[in-house]
Design a protein around this ligand. Sequence first.
Ligand code: NAD
Length: 390
Amino acid sequence: MMNGTRRTARPIRWAMVGGGCGSQIGYIHRSAALRDRSFDLVAGAFDLDPARGRAFGAELGLAPERCYANHEALFDGEAARADGIEAVSIATPNSTHFAICRAALEHGLHVVCEKPLCFTVAEAEELQRLAHDRGRVVGVTYGYSGYGTIEQARAMVAAGELGEVRLVNLQFAHGFHSAAVEDDNPAIRWRVDPRFAGPSYVLGDLATHPLHLSEVICPDLKVRRLLCARQSFVKSRAPLEDNAVTLMEYENGAFGTVWTSAVNAGAIHSQKVRIVGSRASLEWWDERPNQLSFEVQGEPARVLERGMPYLHPEALAEDHISVGHAEGLFESWANIYGRFAAAMEATDRGDAARLAALRYPDIAAGVEGVRWVENCVRSADAGGTWVDYL
Ligand code: NAD
């Protein structure tokens, strides 16, 4: 059970690039990072519009001289201070992640970067090399992976409670963009423009979330080859897809399917992970994240509840409140940010044992998300054919 005690000896001096006023994802970064005082927000370049960014920083209580016009000024300005930042979170549109992440690492900063990490595997591997060479942590905000119910699913698969894993059925298919809503909304417009979004829309924006969860739950599954078909039901979005279906063969003979969509009319999130084993199945749904469905063949289905003592210890380690009170996305993100902070501190202290005991969505997870999208796009653009996973 978490008690709000710090995971680090002192708060890490932290800044944000992006995540400004009115952005979709900025607030949850701040809520998660500041929750248990692992981080202290001391600087930022919050907005594409420098004046709006400065005004927003002031509203957050930052010193005016530490609200910068852009990430270059932020990194240079903070490097010149004795009390300069030690870590930065990047919550800007996709097209900027690579350059900002690279610049942050070159300035010796730990990084938390939004997904997708960048556009190509070559770029992602460059960031991975740089992080390794500089000895810096890069966390990637696959924010659903902080749920205790996901830890429970991982522990159950590891303990063989499902039998042999045969099928992985993933979906993240909402309906909010069933019409061309981007015409009136700049925060959606960049998502369907390859110059800002990259080589995909829903594959990178949505599908990589349940994909990452499946990697956490079933770490032994490795994709051998895949087939992807993608469509642009709102024609103006082409070449970017607003719907896609991917089939995956894993190296051990298991099989996976991923449906991702922004045109699943009427659906809210519909992010689901179903793991089917030879004996039993598990199902998790992000709209009911405190519950995990456990269905044993031949027995009545069970619903496992977050916080109950019958769960595996890993599923209870980061609980925030006793069972019956709903936890949600803010708690999941806070757990992930807590692990980022612990990894950053352990890295700075050279504490290899502590680092080895920590699992968080790291740069390898970020690289893997980019790799999966790249393979899906290669398959889809070849007419929806099987491609070996590269
Ligand atoms: P948004 O368009 O709502 O907000 C982007 C913010 O970044 C704005 O404040 C904008 O002014 C600022 N900005 C843009 N370019 C900048 C730059 N060069 N320097 C400084 N600030 C800049 O976008 P969003 O929905 O918040 O998405 C941002 C990122 O977060 C995207 O990469 C998106 O894929 C990701 N995202 C992740 C999740 C998740 O669950 N992890 C959820 C939503 C969005």
